[in-house]
Write a protein that binds this ligand. Sequence first.
Ligand code: ZN
Length: 169
Amino acid sequence: MHELRPTGEREAQLWDAAATVPDPEIPVISIADLGILRGVRWEGEQPIITITPTYSGCPAMDTIAADVKDAVEAAGFPRPSIDLVLHPAWSTDWMTEEGKQQLQDYGIAPPQRREASSGPIPLTLSAPVACPRCGSRNTQKLSHFGSTSCKALYSCRDCHEPFDYFKVH
Ligand SMILES: [Zn+2]
């Protein structure tokens, strides 16, 4: 169960409708597991869905907002409003463990856990990125930018496959 899913029945129905929306770029992961979906509430009879964009290198928010509206309306809740919240900024720490597993199954190395004490200071990763295919940590970074700017391109020295790493943010 997602930690942000509300306990009230009416809110939970709203959450479940919005949570089904997949990320447009990585359709195996939902916006809930990605950490984009932040909350739902009712203002009278109007559903309000709060989302926080991933960093600007992942330009899909218009698509996501439209998809969320469609999904909520399809679930029987008319005229939803999308509330875009920019602060606090989205972080890969908001990604659920299930979401990270889905990324890995898809062939993208999930973001590594942030050092607890790092705060706003640029973090140093304690371990090399593991290959999502064979699990080897004998990997090297080929490019800071992979298929999108939120990912880096890596190569595995053991299975010799290139792969995307979803960068910690
Ligand atoms: Zn490998």
